[in-house]
Design a protein around this ligand. Structure first.
Ligand code: OSB
Ligand code: MG
Length: 377
């Protein structure tokens, strides 16, 4: 196919309640949607970058710039573009994986819609529904945390993930265990808030029988994660540290991780995400699908990915209502603690143009007439 145009739509969507992690609190999601116009039809993608570079170095303004000023020209110039070749066309550009993933998804969606194939089928999904976990932010108090967790369990979520940071770790985990019992599948996510000096403190979480501890140390700390893993019985699961299939392979070889959180945006796309899955599966390392507060578009793709056979743990694949009163597609709903894998062509969900219009902040059209040529100097 030929790529004919890219529309970048920036939306601001209010969250149902503020979401706090160790790097800060957000009360709305600013998201860039990509609408790719191709010779075979329209496709949609979602960029999972945040407004500030606090989860990783990427952020929305940079994603928009790198797509418009650097990615667009070679993509428009490619004669036989497909979802599978976007990665090769963009390979000369370092990093910017979330921006690359968003473009790849839009092209892939257009291709698959034209071919009448679902993303799940294309990726190799083996399930028609996936178990749903929920990521619970840092709360102002323990009673508020217990109320939130109790509500999610009542809705049927099959796994709870608590965000932790120094000063909000042992006590919230203890309180959730005491209130809801040892049977609840429970894990924690520190988003890099600790250092190896905290190993003794983090070992106090071992008594709570957690499924895993996600990204306690810095992104670059593979060796330190391996040292920490040797001091804990709680399995370490890397998120921020894994930006490629090679990173996953290295981290596993080092003993830095025994479970992997897969986010397509973080690793540069759903095809690289599948390669991470394949490497982990071959190594006997369980994986689960992470989330970045996706709208129904990105959520549809995540659910398709999470239906691959190596995804043996519930992911952060929660219902639309976990974050949004109003989604921009038909909402994903919990059915017996699971989300249904879309079966329609491409992402298998349709964009609600009215909802998009109501959240729209800006819109930018890039096509072969206004995309800057190669910029190398
Ligand atoms: O570390 O998994 C994370 C949200 C934003 C940035 C990083 C993370 C998260 C979450 C939310 O935990 C996952 C979700 O979308 O439900
Ligand atoms: Mg995480």
């Amino acid at each position: 196919m030929k790529l004919l145009g890219l529309d970048l739509l920036t939306l601001a969507i209010p969250l149902v309640s503020p979401f706090e992690t160790s790097f800060g609190s957000q009360s709305s999601r600013h998201v860039i949607l990509i609408r790719a116009e191709t010779s075979v039809g329209i496709g949609w993608g979602e960029c999972v970058a945040m407004s500030s570079p606090v989860y990783s170095s990427e952020f929305n303004a940079a994603a928009e710039l790198v797509i418009a000023d650097h990615f667009a020209h070679p993509l428009f110039a490619a004669e036989n573009l497909s979802g599978g070749t976007v990665g090769h066309v963009l390979e000369p550009f370092k990093g910017h994986r979330m921006a690359k993933a968003a473009v790849e998804l839009a092209v892939l969606d257009a291709e698959l819609r034209a071919a009448q194939m679902s993303l799940g089928t294309y990726l190799g999904a083996t399930k028609d529904r996936v178990p749903a976990g929920v990521s619970v932010g840092i709360m102002p108090s323990i009673p508020e945390l217990l109320a939130a967790v109790g509500g999610y369990l009542e809705q049927g979520y099959l796994r709870i993930k608590l965000k932790i940071k120094p000063g909000w770790d042992i006590e919230p985990v203890r309180a959730v265990r005491e209130a809801f019992g040892d049977e609840v599948l429970l894990q924690v996510d520190a988003n890099t808030a600790y250092s190896l000096r905290d190993a003794g403190h983090l070992a106090r979480l071992d008594e709570f029988g957690l499924l895993l501890m996600e990204q306690p140390l810095q992104d670059e700390d593979l060796t330190e994660h391996a040292k920490l893993a040797a001091r804990l019985t709680t399995p370490i699961c890397l998120d921020e540290s894994i930006e490629s299939a090679k990173d996953a392979s290295d981290a596993i070889a080092l003993g830095a991780t025994s479970v992997v959180n897969i986010k397509a945006g973080r690793v540069g796309g759903y095809l690289e995400a599948r390669r991470v899955h394949d490497i982990c599966r071959a190594a006997g390392v369980p994986v689960w699908c992470g989330g970045m507060l996706e709208t129904g578009l990105g959520r549809a793709a995540n659910v398709a990915l999470a239906a691959l056979p190596g995804f043996t743990l519930p992911g952060d694949t929660s219902a639309s209502a976990r974050f949004y009163h109003q989604d921009i597609t038909a909402p994903f709903v919990l059915e017996d603690g699971h989300l249904r894998v879309p079966t329609g062509p491409g992402l298998g969900v349709e964009v609600d143009e009215d909802a998009v219009a109501s959240f729209l902040v800006s819109r930018r059209r890039i096509d072969p007439t206004n995309a800057p040529g190669p910029v190398i100097a």
